[in-house]
Design a protein around this ligand. Sequence first.
Ligand SMILES: Nc1ncnc2c1ncn2[C@@H]1O[C@H](COP(=O)(O)OP(=O)(O)OP(=O)(O)O)[C@@H](O)[C@H]1O
Ligand SMILES: C[C@@](O)(CCO)CC(=O)[O-]
Ligand SMILES: [Mg+2]
Length: 424
Amino acid sequence: MSSPSRYLVSAPGKVILFGEHAVVYGKTAIAGSLDGLRTYIFFEKRDDGFLELNLPKLGLQHPLLWPISALPYSKVTTVSKENNSLQESTINEELLKSLKEIVLDGNAGNKNNQEINELQQVAASVFLYLYASLEDKQTSWCGTTVHIASNLPVGAGLGSSAAYSVCLATGLLLVLGHITIPNYGEKVGGFNISDSSSPMNLINRWAFQAEKIIHGTPSGIDNAVATYGGAVSFSKGVMENVIEFQSLRFLLTNTKVPRNTRTLVANVRKLHDKCPHIVVPILEAIEGISSKFKEIINSGDSQKELNQNIEAIELIDFNHYLLNSLRVGHPSIDKVREIAAQYSLHSKLTGAGGGGCVLTLLRDDVPNDDIMKIMLNLTSIGFECFETKVGGHGISILDASTISKQEFLSSENIQQFSGWKHFN
Ligand SMILES: Nc1ncnc2c1ncn2[C@@H]1O[C@H](COP(=O)(O)OP(=O)(O)OP(=O)(O)O)[C@@H](O)[C@H]1O
Ligand SMILES: C[C@@](O)(CCO)CC(=O)[O-]
Ligand SMILES: [Mg+2]
């Protein structure tokens, strides 16, 4: 049977309850997928040897279009196909540099000579990097068109880069014939991240490469949650389910203050290297928070108790203060915390911080009227709020042979196309 000519791929955003930044240093973080906030990418095979990338969410009006022949294949050294497995390695900086130049080059791909900013350049380079690294010479004639749709805010702490990376890795591995859409019940990888033979793990590892290009030194938590979904604890590449986390309700507030995860992570690194005697104990204290949360969960308290467990709730404040001492806070985040605190609710920054989103735990004993008032208050000063729970699907794939590009682009609810396959 021939493989589909079009694929639709989707991956969720994520929210970190505890442990952001510390997780980069091998400490434990607790995170869950955001099933309702997802990135979707439509992949269509071409037969003219061109790669087309559309980045409307990043403000590019026109598609970027490159002939595959423009890719610097002589510099591709990242893939070794020994034992029939695609081994990724450290980022090939020389290849990446060439690709970044190609992205800016009007003769190569930017035909409309659009002004391309650094963020757009990185997003396009990630696509070309994965394509060049994963391309199988036998299929190199075909080319691919890529369209992206997303209801995830970009650069707001909810893992938009990981959702983008996971979708790109999944779609390109499919289009280039390295994986097929797994059947229900087929072993696809689950949580054993070190099992390199499964499609899920292959996707996760290539998405991690993409995250490295976007972030510099990611911990891997965001791409793992976008790949496998659910609610987990994560440390040094190892994940465990934390089912109880799924019972909690949260308010997410987007302060809309732009920030960049790469810069924030790099700033914490500088602080760590300058003052290790102060920063290392802060990171250890954050590990203590994640551990305490797991201890509370494992102590057998009922869900209601978890939701109102004062010790668990206080961990939110502790984690926030510690993140502030790593200098990743922002006055807009403090404003959200202050408004929520008027109703005795506790909040912390989530993701890399520096603006972006704030997570507020919604306790069961807080009346809906109060939650409405908080939301009104926050929206009246320009923030955006939504209530959410965590958990749910990671990667989803659809054989999109019967869906046209126009149907994808005009769809109000892509999730409602029938035939999606989920793997968790
Ligand atoms: N829909 C999208 N289309 C294209 N590129 C995207 C999209 N979403 C995210 N990106 C890429 O990810 C970058 C933003 O990633 P960044 O890590 O700074 O924020 P985030 O992932 O939203 O937050 P965090 O890492 O704190 O969870 C963008 O600049 C772009 O390169
Ligand atoms: C800030 C950080 O801890 C979370 C970003 O969502 C970075 C990472 O883990 O890669
Ligand atoms: Mg990110």
